[in-house]
Design a protein around this ligand. Structure first.
Ligand code: ADP
Ligand code: MG
Length: 679
């Protein structure tokens, strides 16, 4: 039992009356009727008139008012689709896919035909496509090949308030494009009221407001801080479930897949234990890597006599709207990319959200009727510990990819690029340094041939460097598989609790013969490919079919990009894993750790103490290798290296002579000597 106290009430404005249905309607008719009930619908004509009059429009409306799904359709309905495509950017892949699917359904067309989406590694559009949803990152890539966005008549930069890195760069670019493309309509759409800032940035563009439709939401805080917010969330869901009227679903904000899975498991166990007299609880997870069939489940109407509980990441804060939510449980955290400009390291860290984000989350409870929001933190903490607003991503990111991208767009003077919020000069300079160290820029800061080739790949500069270097070490085929597996962003290994031992054995099997996680991933991919991509092979080896299939898709895309930069991706050197690791090291020579005398690893240049992540095949190595290359750092309880492989220090001097000198690698030998003598 958790004690909550009520602290504030948000007053609603504008009550909404539901229309009673006169006759049974078909599924599609119901959808169309739903459209007319959305707040934007009432402003359709006014909005279109404003678009006609202004080239740039800042559109503001509460989440769920219909901006994302309706605005592109409105534009299409009055003929903009005949002048060119109507684009709409989304910061999140899941949102782009889900919204495109919804709009295709509303327009009664097949997804990928008139309505499509493009996200990294997946293009679901055709020459027929008129409405194109895409991630902001994909639009950036498109500008590389189409600097004036010639194929578009309208562009909606949606979810502008999220201020993702890519959206921020897009701002600078589209602001320039509209100057010489007077026929291009630009709509910058945001869910928050700080439209003034957007307007000012876009040379005092007009602001179009869609009045919200919100019911009051009562906010409750915990009396004392909660130590385990996942558990507290589960307890609160059950408290709501047994004590509150049934006609209201629950939305829980957690930080990632792992937490969501844990919460889902605990919740289903405990709700079973409550016995059969308690109404059914339908548990729906939603996070970025969830397969799309399961994503659709969160939108399904809750059957009567049951209650839905959606366990979501930040994605449900503004990108996706789920109807019927009355209760919001806010853990007060999300996962944020943070960047340490001094160490040059970027990591995903569970971070307290801002007050603005907490209010957005609370608002999700009051869309269709009065709601309640349970904050798993204290009122004091809200007032004193949360920042008023989320810091834009551009101010907390590794700028490498950004700089590479801007450079390849021909923007050389980065320090004077028109950023809405200027990234700190030292972050820019560090990125320039890293790209210079990778050989992507020359000493005048211009893109080299290598840099130009690297910019073709939608990968971190370190990964794209590896792909290109693979040509030299004649192991492109292996490196593509490895890079594809690394880029997944999810584990390919399946580890059900009841079969954890078997699963671990299967995983460690791939590591036999050495080469750490990188080569284990490579072996895993190659064996699967050799099995003719057999699902039963995956089953036997505790490999998640969906994820490894995704790796194959990524690999195919990368192979296609290799063709573009004239690298033969079939070249293979399968027996020589050293070649593959050397190639990886050529991209990742910043990410090197060496074993210190205390038995702990330290990063090679910054001397920061780091640990092998428990999920690594090398986590239980009896003789930890003296030198490691790692893929990334994540900070949970400690600074962990994820995906590590042993390397020879001599490679560093061979591959990155400008970064490592003999003294760097001799260091360890001399330090080691006294220890050997003592022994
Ligand atoms: P906004 O962009 O203003 O936040 P949206 O256009 O995303 O609003 O949402 C409008 C409505 O469309 C919401 O009621 C939402 O529930 C519904 N909707 C959006 N995507 C889907 C989907 N995939 N399935 C069912 N309904 C959806
Ligand atoms: Mg939206």
């Amino acid at each position: 039992q958790i004690d909550f106290v009520m602290q504030e009430t948000r007053e609603g404005y504008d009550k909404h009356e539901s229309l009673s249905e006169m006759r049974p309607a078909t599924e599609h008719e119901k959808i169309l009727e739903g459209r007319t009930k959305l707040p934007v619908y009432a402003y359709r004509e006014e909005f279109l008139a404003a678009v006609k009059e202004h080239q740039i429009l800042i559109l503001v409306g509460e989440t769920g008012s219909g901006k994302t799904t309706q605005i592109p359709q409105f534009l299409n309905e009055v003929g903009y689709g005949e002048l060119g495509k109507i684009g709409c950017t989304q910061p999140r892949r899941v949102a782009a896919m889900s919204v495109a699917a919804r709009v295709a359904q509303e327009m009664n067309v097949r997804l990928g035909h008139e309505v499509g989406y493009s996200i990294r590694f997946e293009n679901c559009t055709s020459p027929k496509t008129i409405l194109q949803y895409m991630t902001d990152g994909m639009l950036l890539r498109e500008i590389l090949t189409q600097p004036d966005l010639a194929s578009y008549s309208c562009m909606v930069i949606d979810e502008a308030h999220e201020r993702t890195l890519h959206t921020d760069i897009l701002f600078g670019l589209v602001k320039d494009i509209v100057r010489f493309r007077s026929d291009l309509k630009l709509i910058v759409s945001s869910a928050t009221l700080d439209a003034e800032k957007f307007s000012k940035y876009f040379d005092d563009a007009s602001i179009f407001m869609i009045p919200g439709r919100m019911f009051p939401v009562d906010t409750y805080y915990t009396k004392a801080p909660e130590a385990d917010y996942v558990d507290a969330a589960v307890v609160t869901v059950l408290q709501i479930h047994v004590s509150q009227p049934l006609n209201g679903d629950v939305l829980v904000f957690l930080t990632g897949q792992e937490e969501i899975e844990t919460a889902a498991e605990t919740l289903s166990e405990r709700s079973k234990n409550l016995g059969s007299r308690i109404p059914e609880l339908i548990i729906c997870p939603i996070y970025a890597n969830l397969p799309s069939e399961q994503q659709a489940k969160i939108f399904e109407k809750t059957p009567s006599g049951a209650r839905k509980v959606v366990l979501a990441t930040n994605i449900a804060e503004t990108s996706l709207t789920i109807d019927g939510i009355c209760y919001v449980i806010d853990t007060g955290f999300n996962k944020q990319k943070t960047y340490n400009a001094r160490s040059g390291m970027e990591s995903l860290v569970v971070t307290p959200i801002s007050q603005a984000a907490a209010n957005q989350r609370a608002g999700r409870a009051g869309r269709t009727q009065p709601g309640k929001c349970f904050r798993l933190f204290t009122a004091w903490s809200f007032q004193h510990e949360l920042e008023p607003n989320t810091v834009p991503e551009i101010l907390r990111t590794n700028m490498g990819n950004v700089v590479l991208m801007l450079k390849s767009l021909g923007i050389n003077d980065l320090l004077n690029f028109d950023f809405m919020d200027r990234p700190p000069a030292d972050a820019l300079i560090r990125a320039l340094e890293q790209l210079y160290a990778l050989g992507a820029l020359n000493d005048r800061g211009e893109l080299t041939k290598l840099g130009r080739r690297m910019a073709e790949f939608p990968l971190d500069p370190m990964l794209s460097k590896s792909v290109i270097v693979s040509e030299k070490y004649e192991c492109t085929s292996e490196v593509l598989s490895t890079v594809a597996m690394l880029s997944l962003g999810a584990s390919v290994f399946y580890r059900p609790k009841e079969k954890a031992v078997h699963a671990d054995t299967a995983r460690l099997n791939f590591a036999r013969g050495g080469g750490g996680d990188h080569i284990a991933l490579l072996r895993c991919y190659s064996e699967w490919a050799a099995s003719d991509f057999s699902p039963s092979w995956c089953f036997e080896n505790f490999v998640q079919v969906k994820n490894i299939k995704k790796a194959r898709d990524i690999r195919e895309q990368l192979a296609g990009l290799c063709d573009r930069v004239e690298i033969d991706h079939t070249v293979s050197n399968s027996d020589d894993f050293d070649a593959t690791l050397k190639t990886i090291t050529a991209g990742f020579f910043y990410n090197i750790a060496k074993l210190g005398r205390t038995g702990e690893y330290q990063t090679a240049k910054q001397h920061k103490t780091v640990y092998i992540h428990p999920s690594s095949v090398m986590a239980k190595e009896e003789e930890p290798p003296p030198w490691l290359v790692f893929f990334e750092l994540t900070f949970t309880t400690k600074e962990f290296m994820r995906q590590v492989a042993p390397i020879k220090p001599s490679w560093l001097v061979e591959i990155a002579p400008h970064y490592y000198q003999e003294t760097d690698i001799e260091d360890s030998k001399t330090k080691k000597m006294p220890r050997t003598r003592r022994n």
